[in-house]
Design a protein around this ligand. Structure first.
Ligand SMILES: [Cu+2]
Length: 250
């Protein structure tokens, strides 16, 4: 019995060592996020988004409802390691009753990813109006997987999903005298933000692991630890079994 207790103590010590080693920074972590769209500019738009990150592959799935049957620019906005937030009416700086894309920037930051249906997805595609989803029957769905750089993969949970495009005058197209805050070539209606969602971490990966980390590269690999622990327990448990079995046979 005392031999067994000693053996048990050794197994526990070995397991503790394995856990200590595997929780040190090293591996990249995968993560899942979801968000619920809230309307901006009294658009009435709604919907949701899921974002999953595997290495540097990002998969986005979104459903957007109560929108006009026109093209909708959509982006992941924000700054990394910053508490980005969806803008409220107080951001209407010029008092025209509309929060333009530029007026929302203090809250939701710049465009980090353009959620296009084809072609590039970086910020230079933010106004690639021919490559964004188009509403049909008042809604649209979107899904796409694409590659991002490591900084973006690590910090994507800090970002916000923003949908644009509002036929404010009900003319059936984006028009009017007011021009976009982003480009003189586009009417304000085409780039007006109509909905915004904060991303929230889902699943096993702790939300604070990236947000509270020191910069983008240092990460906890706690998700790998239980697996390593179980593996060590099996290996050590197996040898303990062999040991007691050998002793009994003597
Ligand atoms: Cu945007």
């Amino acid at each position: 019995m005392t031999t067994f207790a000693r053996l048990l103590a050794r197994i526990l010590a070995a397991c503790a060592l394995v856990v200590a080693i595997t929780t040190s920074p090293a591996l990249a972590q995968d993560a899942d996020y979801s968000g619920t769209l809230g309307p901006l500019n009294d658009s009435g738009a709604s919907g949701d988004i899921t974002v999953s990150v595997e290495g540097t592959t990002v998969t986005v799935t979104a459903t957007v409802n109560n929108v006009v049957d026109l093209v909708h620019a959509q982006h992941l906005h924000g700054e990394f390691d910053f508490e980005n937030s969806c803008p409220g009416p107080d951001l209407d700086e010029d008092g025209d009753g509309v929060i333009s894309t530029a007026e929302g920037v203090p809250n939701y930051g710049t465009v980090k990813l353009s959620l296009t249906t084809d072609g590039g997805t970086d910020s230079s595609y933010a106004l690639a109006v021919e490559s964004f989803p188009v509403g049909s029957g008042g809604s649209y769905t979107y899904t796409r997987s694409f590659e991002v750089d490591q900084e973006t993969a690590d910090g994507i949970g800090d970002l916000l999903f923003v949908v644009h495009g509002f036929d404010k005058d009900g003319s059936g197209e984006y028009d009017g005298d007011a021009v976009s805050s982003l480009s003189d070539d586009l009417p304000l209606e085409a780039t007006m933000p109509i909905a915004c969602a904060q991303l929230v971490a889902t699943g096993a990966t702790p939300a604070g692991a990236v947000a509270a980390g020191a910069g983008g590269s240092a990460q906890s690999t706690t998700s790998a630890a239980p697996f390593a622990f179980a593996f060590a327990a099996i290996v050590i448990g197996g040898s303990a079994f062999a040991l007691t079995r050998g002793r009994r046979l003597r």
